[in-house]
Design a protein around this ligand. Structure first.
Ligand SMILES: *[C@@H]1O[C@H](CO)[C@@H](O)[C@H](O)[C@H]1NC(C)=O
Ligand SMILES: *[C@@H]1O[C@H](CO)[C@@H](O)[C@H](O)[C@H]1NC(C)=O
Ligand SMILES: *[C@@H]1O[C@H](CO)[C@@H](O)[C@H](O)[C@H]1NC(C)=O
Ligand SMILES: *[C@@H]1O[C@H](CO)[C@@H](O)[C@H](O)[C@H]1NC(C)=O
Ligand SMILES: *[C@@H]1O[C@H](CO)[C@@H](O)[C@H](O)[C@H]1NC(C)=O
Length: 300
């Protein structure tokens, strides 16, 4: 009884060994050397073919890409906006009497505005006719590159240029905030010679998360001044043709100065773009064409 069991075990183990390497038929895992060779050859050819297909499609796709224009661009109707200085989390909080509390804001503005210096703009850019687009299309396949850009002089920000007032109003509790519209290649943000302009106001906000009670700080905002006049982004700075085509492009700015904002209180401000071609941001896209931030001026 036990002998047969041992024989069976022996038999199955030799069967198993034969399945791996059968010395009689010279088969490895049930296949002869030439059969294995054919399989390996098949896979080699197969994978080479796949790699070739990949390289070919990649090559064709790269051929269709344009260095100067994105092939795919989100059809974002209205671009977002950004402020400078940004503060932490778009909060501009400072004490008028404590120089160090606003020093970093004025430093940021100095750095940000240095390429806008009039002398620099004159070297780099053109003095364009205002209130019309600065169109520089390519003619067919012939590239009209590099393209010129229009001057945006620092002095156009007047009181907020940091020239007559080196501290941008921060030392007197009348801070300047710079606003820019994010760049979108080919965007035409106005028509009929009407430039888009920025307006700022109090932002409506929920008092508490759960309750449906809204408030706004309209009475705390005080009068505002905009530079350039009316807070416009002149049409001559559009369309933008991209970093590579328009190497010296200088993004236009609007400065808003808070002339008599209430002190020692948080003020929720929202600035938005007004244009006859750009749709105002909808509920779905809250950041389109607008930016909101918190301002707090402490004064003792
Ligand atoms: C730009 O102008 C400001 C003030 O006029 C000056 O302090 C600054 O050094 C200038 N920056 C450059 C890069 O020329
Ligand atoms: C910018 O400033 C320069 C030098 O002051 C001046 O010649 C030029 O006309 C100004 N450009 C614009 C667009 O105001
Ligand atoms: C860019 O600015 C430089 C001077 O900084 C100027 O020499 C060059 O011609 C400008 N290029 C274009 C395309 O405007
Ligand atoms: C500012 O807007 C007013 C009214 O819309 C207009 O009369 C005035 O010409 C504008 N000023 C500038 C510099 O565009
Ligand atoms: C500034 O606003 C305060 C109220 O917040 C008001 O009493 C004061 O007269 C205003 N000052 C000026 C110069 O408008």
């Amino acid at each position: 009884m036990s002998g047969t069991k041992a024989e069976e075990r022996k038999g199955s183990s030799s069967e198993w060994r034969d399945a791996f390497w059968n010395p009689r038929t010279h088969e490895l895992l049930g296949r002869t050397a030439s059969s294995w060779g054919l399989i390996l050859l098949f896979y080699l050819v197969f994978y080479l073919f796949l790699a070739g297909m990949f390289v070919l499609t990649m090559y064709i796709m790269l051929l269709t890409l344009d260095d100067y224009k994105p092939t795919w661009q989100d059809r974002l109707a209205t671009p977002g906006m950004m402020i400078h200085p940004k503060g932490d989390q778009l909060e501009i909080t400072f004490s008028v009497s404590e120089t160090e509390s606003w020093d970093r804001f004025t430093q940021t503005l100095n750095t940000f505005l240095s390429p806008y210096n009039d002398s620099y703009q004159v070297q780099m850019n053109d003095n364009c006719p205002p209130d019309q687009f600065f169109i520089q299309e390519d003619s067919g396949e012939v590239r009209n590159n590099p393209k010129r850009s229009c001057q945006f002089n620092r002095s156009m920000l007047e009181e907020c240029a940091g020239i007559s007032d080196r501290f941008y109003g921060y030392s007197r509790g009348q801070p300047c905030v710079l606003i820019k519209l994010n760049r979108v290649i080919g965007m035409l943000p106005g028509k009929n010679g009407q430039s888009p302009y920025v307006t700022c106001g109090a932002k409506r906000y929920r008092v508490e998360k759960e309750r449906d009670e809204w408030r706004e700080d309209g009475d705390k905002l005080g009068p505002l001044a905009y530079y350039p006049p009316n807070g416009t982004f002149n049409l001559m700075y559009y369309p933008y043709y991209g970093k590579k085509a328009q190497v010296n492009y200088t993004q236009p700015l609007v400065a808003v100065k808070f002339l008599n904002a209430s002190v020692n209180t948080d003020i929720n401000v929202e600035c938005k773009i007004n244009s006859n071609t750009l749709e105002a941001g909808s509920e779905r896209d809250k950041f389109a064409g607008r930016v909101s931030f918190k301002l707090r001026i402490n004064h003792t």
